[in-house]
Design a protein around this ligand. Sequence first.
Ligand code: RIB
Length: 341
Amino acid sequence: MVTRRDVARLAGTSDAVVSYVLNNGPRNVAPHTRERVLRAIDELGYRPNVVARSLRTSRTHTIGLVVPDNANPFFAELAREIEDVAFEHGLTLLLGNAMDDDDREAAYVRTLIDRQVDGLILIPAHGPHAWRSQLAASKVPCIVLDRELDETPASHLLLDNEGGAYEATGHLLAHGQRRIGCVAGPKNIHPTVDRVAGWSRALTEAGLDPASMPLVHGPFGRRHGYLGGHQLLSQEGRPTALFVTSDEQAIGVIRAAAELGLSVPGDVALCSFDGIAASSYTVPALTTMRQPIEVLGRRAVELLAAQIGDASGGERVVLSATLIRRGSCGCPDPVGGVDDA
Ligand code: RIB
């Protein structure tokens, strides 16, 4: 079996330098030396003994990520950003998809802890999170994204959902809309609660009564947007505008409006949330509150890497969304859905 020492001899360097190249640190290695080591590894077909290394360094150079539903492009695009930055840090990403199921989420959290990941990034589903005590006992560094986990010491990286919804609804009001309904996400999670609060505050400050506006809750996906759109837009005294709490839902609303013979934005103006790539390609393109997915992904890995390197946890970082104006609200519809942000 080829050993690290064989690689060091062929590369004309020490075992330690080979280790620094393999572990991306902790010491720097001159580029020409790194090149010789990598060439020796290739030539000899050396495969580091990951289990032995993890026993020595108590690190596996892997991190876990659990998301509610990676069929939703928001989570898929965020997971890709996280994976890109993890790779930059020499970390392998193990992804678990909870499918919004509490037991499945718990199974992934426990499995990833058992497999000795160096850290965890969690976007919690909606349930009781029964795994919290085991996570705390494991001392595995953890970053919670997007949905706040109450009474958990983990660091949180969140979005100002209330402020984003307030700005989106304010934009519809600025277009002269006065009957603004809401197609909202699942009732019992922070992003939904906060987005409905922002929609409600904007209406109240405009002298309108949110309780008189139609509101429907359901999953963040296209199907709920489609069904919720039919429900709200086929009513007597239907809304002439909708704040929709995800782009995926808004794609469903556009389909429902078309089936009801309603034009967007002429008969019903829309403003949604997330800023996924698909929001550029609906007809008209979606005006949306874009979440800083690239920043969220990078900050999550950097916060986690710092905690793996023994920095303290418990931070709470809140980022803001950016209004992207396109045709669905009544603004000009840019060719190719190109953003103006
Ligand atoms: O579209 C999925 C939604 O769930 C996003 O808005 C994200 O914030 C998550 O909470």
